[in-house]
Design a protein around this ligand. Structure first.
Ligand code: CP3
Length: 334
């Protein structure tokens, strides 16, 4: 019989001998093997080929041996299906950002299964490869993911000259009905997108609401939380565990917990212990090693990691991770 992967047990807050570990952006440019592939293929070509996406997903599994693989893709892929021009140079750029309500009304309805079929094929390929290479009891989890509606909207509405996606906050403040229409349009599409990833072999999904940390708690509860809640409810009703990640979320922990997600993922500015205590034992916590500290000498990386682990000693429902993604020039051995 197949055993439950360690990471899934931690999401269920079971008693474990050690916490599971994986790293956000564990695949990517800090790895020489990835950079080699990037000489032959563009980022979008890697994402759109199930074979290459599977290969890139597996690179850090072989090198780091973490407890979970995360699908190699990007949160912006679904935007292409909606009619937006998405480019990566390497940061994302939208060629035709949304300017007004009519642009929102004119977004293409998405046939998720068809237009994002390459993502689901990648999930199947990774599941197969993981199960062939790692048998019980080391069976590895596979994480699917998507961007949360607010963070997706940030890219769809991003307009210079604002920084930190303040243009999206200005748009939301001035055009409440339109922003809610946009967020409401994204939500069922994301539910279907994540459900299909789970159907094809993802054990759990992470909802990246990276830029929601820019919002006050009041604005988060107005523009981000209701949509996150809907996604969490729909997926967890189908037994698909959801991890909610927000960057810079110290002021949003209670609201993130209110999303109903089984797990909240926090960055290095947040106290893991405080997040755990706010959850009153009902929510698992993931995080939060500072990706900048991966540039320290090895012995300091070890002592800081030990301090992080000590701070969560005895907690059921803890997943070791970084506070944000691995930075490009990180020394891989760290
Ligand atoms: O290993 C993994 O974590 C899985 C793959 C993954 C990527 N993007 C690959 C990627 C995941 C989970 C993402 C999510 C993502 N994408 C988020 C949420 C997580 C976060 O970082 O907060 C966001 C905001 C994006 C949008 C995005 N895509 C940005 C901001 C960038 C530029 C990143 C940079 O460091 O320049 C991308 C491009 C991207 N996505 C790369 C990778 C490996 C680099 C592209 C390249 O290799 O040229």
């Amino acid at each position: 019989m197949e055993s439950t992967p360690l990471l899934v047990k931690a999401l269920q807050r079971r008693v474990l001998d050690r916490p599971p570990v994986w790293l956000m952006r564990q695949a990517g440019r800090y790895m020489a093997e990835y950079r080699e592939l990037k000489e032959k293929y563009s980022f979008l070509e890697l994402c759109k080929s199930p074979e290459l996406s599977c290969e890139v997903t597996m690179q850090p599994i072989r090198y780091l041996n973490p407890d979970a693989a995360i699908l190699f893709a990007d949160i912006l892929l679904p935007l292409e299906s909606m009619g937006l021009e998405v480019a990566f140079n390497p940061g994302p750029q939208i060629g035709n950002p949304i300017r007004d309500r009519s642009d929102i009304e004119n977004l293409r309805p998405v046939d998720v299964e068809k237009s994002l079929g390459y993502v689901f094929d990648a999930v199947s390929a990774i599941r197969k490869e993981l199960d062939a290479s790692y048998a019980n009891p080391e069976r590895k989890a596979l994480l699917g993911f998507a961007g949360a509606p607010w963070t997706m909207a940030c890219y769809m509405l991003d307009q210079t000259p604002f920084k930190h996606f303040m243009g999206t906050q200005v748009f939301a403040a001035r055009s409440k009905e339109s922003i809610h229409l946009l967020l409401d349009t994204m939500t069922p599409m994301l539910i279907e997108y994540l459900s299909l990833q789970a159907q094809r072999g993802a054990d759990a999904v992470q909802l990246f609401d990276t830029w929601a940390g820019n919002l006050s708690e009041e604005a988060y509860r107005e523009f981000a939380l209701p949509y996150t809640q809907r996604i969490v409810e729909a997926l967890q009703a189908k037994d698909i565990p959801v991890v909610v990640y927000v960057n810079g979320s110290s002021h949003l922990l209670q609201a993130m917990i209110d999303s109903g997600a089984c797990t909240i993922s926090v960055d290095a500015r947040t106290s893991l212990r405080r997040a755990h205590e706010l959850g009153q034992g009902n929510v698992a916590v993931q995080g939060n090693f500072d990706p900048c500290d991966l540039f320290l000498p090895k012995d300091e990386v070890i002592s800081k990691t030990q301090a992080m682990l000590d701070s969560m000693k005895g907690v059921n429902g803890y997943l070791v991770n970084l506070g944000h993604g691995i930075l490009q020039t990180t020394p891989p051995e760290n």
